[in-house]
Write a protein that binds this ligand. Structure first.
Ligand code: C2E
Ligand code: MG
Ligand code: MG
Length: 425
């Protein structure tokens, strides 16, 4: 159909390469076209075949002697023996550029919208099937990303076999003290002091090193382990709130709760039991829940949130502004606080639009009776703007990164919860 060699040719080339020179550096590129499934559906296979043929010809033109093949119905591959990662990236860039001009025939103009995944070898495998799959995983990641070129990253690979053992190891870490809560201070802008802290789970894997929460939390959610993580984080956070209280520091502790936790009708009772066991008042903790977690199964979620609110626990909506809820919907939630997502805050100083959005959220939020926190505050200009806007709390690297508890204690000066950094007052 494309006139190119097929997948078996690529597999044979990879096999031969590593059979004769097992430690040679190579790279496999897989190219996908984002709109192809849609094109097949609306215009049929005849057009999509011609489009693939044209894509193949353009790729071959920039790839020179390198083996370009048809990997699947909708994907092309390029196998680069003796290629360093830099060469692979260069060729990927050239491929993307070669496909930046749309495909034209008769009165039809179609964007290729290409994405390229790169699997470097031997580090990500020398087996042809494994390399093809990993380059494809990277390509699929790139389809949804700003950068159309992506390198295979084992940490985010949803299919990798290590996932299951990773979850086994997470359970082990939960049981044997392998996790830590780090605390990131929240600055009360009106009083200019730190009055609360968000607990963020940290896992240093004995072999892999630090595993980012975005990787293991999502995985724990998918594999049903998140409730154990939440149980652990609640216990650790509430115990810490109790210690701070004993030291004369009235710091409220914020803990992240996931969607799956809200399916657990037993959660309010368990939190009540933890509060009681540690002698902590409900007002000293504030669970954070993302909008999307609530929107998944809103009725069940609202029932659990109501019971928490009835116990005197203040709830916050995390990552506000990037989900799909509306103020009309939020009114039904027993929530006291909105945390504006960091994507609106990071560029606050330079983006008029972001200032308008943040200003509007704060104003509307206040009218509806919510406290408003800005997360991801990285520069003094953003902090000054947030003060001006009348935001209640600020959290971000400017004030402090999340810190282990001993460092956190040191970073809060003189025991009065004053911030270390110059915050403008
Ligand atoms: P989140 O709850 O929105 O937490 C804020 C994230 O923003 C944290 O990332 C924090 O380190 C980061 N951050 C704070 N200040 C700044 C800043 O100024 N700039 C930038 N760019 N980032 C900043 P982290 O610790 O990697 O956590 C990521 C996410 O993982 C959290 O997002 C939360 O959704 C989840 N997570 C972490 N710990 C737990 C947990 O114990 N349970 C659950 N369910 N989720 C957790
Ligand atoms: Mg949070
Ligand atoms: Mg957040």
């Amino acid at each position: 159909m494309t006139g190119l060699p097929n997948r078996a040719c690529t597999e044979a080339a990879i096999r031969d390469r590593f059979a004769s020179r097992p430690d040679t550096r190579s790279a496999l590129l897989v190219l996908g076209l984002e709109r192809l499934p849609e094109i097949i559906k609306t215009l049929g296979h005849v057009v999509s075949d011609r489009l693939m043929r044209e894509a193949g010809a353009r790729v071959q033109a920039v790839a020179g002697d390198t083996l370009v093949a048809r990997a699947t119905d909708t994907q092309l591959s390029v196998f680069m023996p003796d290629a360093a990662l830099g060469d692979a990236r260069k060729l990927a860039q050239a491929v993307v550029e070669a496909l930046s001009d749309p495909y034209r025939e008769a009165d039809l103009t179609l964007d290729f919208a290409p994405a390229v995944g790169i699997a470097p070898a031997p580090e990500h495998g020398t087996d042809a099937g494994v390399l093809l799959r990993r380059a494809e995983v990277a390509m699929i990641g790139a389809l949804r990303a700003v950068d159309p070129i992506a390198l295979y990253d084992p940490v985010t690979d949803p299919h990798r076999p290590e996932r299951l053992s990773l979850m086994g190891e997470l359970r082990h870490a939960l049981e044997f003290g392998g996790l830590q809560l780090h605390y990131q201070p929240k600055l009360n802008l009106q009083e200019d002091r730190i009055d609360s802290a968000e607990g963020l789970t940290r896992w240093v894997h004995p072999v892999l090193g630090p595993v980012p929460p975005d990787a293991f939390i999502a995985l724990a959610e998918e594999t049903g382990n998140i409730r154990r993580v939440t149980r652990w984080a609640l216990d650790a956070g509430i115990a810490q709130a109790s210690r701070w209280k004993a030291e004369g520091r009235a710091l409220r502790v914020c803990i992240n709760i996931s969607a799956r936790d809200l399916e657990d009708a037993d959660l309010p009772r368990r939190i009540a039991a933890l509060l009681q066991a540690h002698g902590v008042a409900p007002a000293q903790i504030a669970p954070e829940i993302t909008e999307s977690a609530i929107m998944g199964k809103p009725d069940a979620a609202i029932a659990v949130l109501r019971r928490l609110a009835d116990q005197g626990i203040d709830l916050a909506i995390d990552d506000f502004g990037v989900g799909h809820s509306s103020f009309a919907y939020l009114r039904r939630l027993p929530v006291r606080e909105l945390k504006i997502d960091k994507t609106f805050i990071t560029h606050l100083a330079h983006s008029r639009e972001d200032r308008i959005i943040v200003g509007s959220i704060v104003e509307l939020g206040h009218h509806l009776g919510y406290r408003v926190t800005a997360e991801g505050v990285e520069d003094a200009a953003a902090l000054a703007l947030l003060r001006e806007i009348g935001c209640d709390h600020a959290q971000g690297f400017l004030i402090s990164r999340p810190l282990p508890v001993e460092e956190f204690a040191r970073s809060i000066q003189d025991g009065h919860g004053r911030p270390l950094v110059e915050t403008g007052h």
